[in-house]
Design a protein around this ligand. Structure first.
Ligand code: HEC
Ligand SMILES: [Cu+2]
Length: 216
């Protein structure tokens, strides 16, 4: 419960400025060894800084009681020499550029490839509520196995995923995931756990669904 998928990599010996905000409720990312603790508040930007003197792994967690998943908000900072930090930034930029190019391409993806990508994304982004086995935790979190939305028309399924269900815990994923990621997750949901659409949803369908709603 103290490990993360993506540690925060920072350079030693350089003053680092942190800008905090939140997309949902108030959190406070706190790494005691670095001395900073500041609320991250939706609609505000708060600021702190640190100067890390020694390379190594620093651990922390959310220090503001923020909801059901408060116990699952670890922070891991990997402090590395500046040259390694620069190399890491360059790698991240290159990976982001590759991912953006891949997502923007007009390629038609085979079902199996979307299922593979979709399983990984679903398990990290959606399974906390809907569960790995798609059965949800009723009545709070509905099952997606056998769901009328997931087994129904693609347009309705995409609308729920893009815009969420305002007033419920179901978030809008429009600004969190790109077209390829949403296509992969929706394809996975439609073909996993005995849901048997038998067809893929392509990134271009997600692009069209986005455009339809925003009107811009
Ligand atoms: C924080 C919890 C949470 C997370 C994370 C979450 N959902 Fe949901 N989801 C909900 C809730 C709650 C509902 C039911 C909303 C309502 O009452 O209408 C829902 C409903 C849905 C529905 C409609 C199901 C139906 O039969 O009405 C779909 C489809 C869906 N979610 C897909 C996703 C996908 C895809 C992801 C990940 C990208 C995701 N959800 C992540 C909480 C969550
Ligand atoms: Cu939190």
């Amino acid at each position: 419960m103290r490990a993360v998928d993506q540690p925060l990599v920072l350079p030693v010996g350089r003053r680092v400025r942190f800008l905090h905000t939140s997309a949902d409720v108030i959190h406070a990312m706190w790494v005691p060894a670095l001395g900073f603790k500041k609320d991250a508040i939706p609609g505000y930007v708060t600021e702190t800084w640190a100067l890390i003197e020694r390379a190594g792994t620093y651990r922390g967690q959310c220090a503001e009681l923020c909801g059901t998943w408060h116990s699952r908000m670890p922070v891991v900072v990997e402090a590395v020499p500046p040259e390694r930090f620069e190399a890491w930034v360059a790698e991240q930029r290159a990976a982001m550029a590759r991912a953006a190019a891949e997502a923007a391409s007009d390629r038609t993806w085979p079902l199996a490839e979307l299922m593979e990508k979709g399983r990984g994304l679903y398990n990290t982004k959606c399974a906390a509520c809907h569960q790995i086995n798609g059965q949800g935790l009723p009545p709070a979190f509905p099952p997606l196995k056998g769901s009328a939305v997931v087994r129904g028309p693609v347009a309705g399924h995409l609308a729920v995923v893009l815009d969420g269900r305002p007033g419920t815990a179901m978030p809008a994923w429009r600004d969190q995931l790109n077209d390829l990621e949403i296509a992969a997750i929706v394809t996975y949901e439609r073909n996993a756990w005995g849901n048997d659409a038998g067809a893929a949803v392509q990134p271009r369908q997600v692009r069209a669904a986005r455009a339809g709603r925003s009107g811009s």
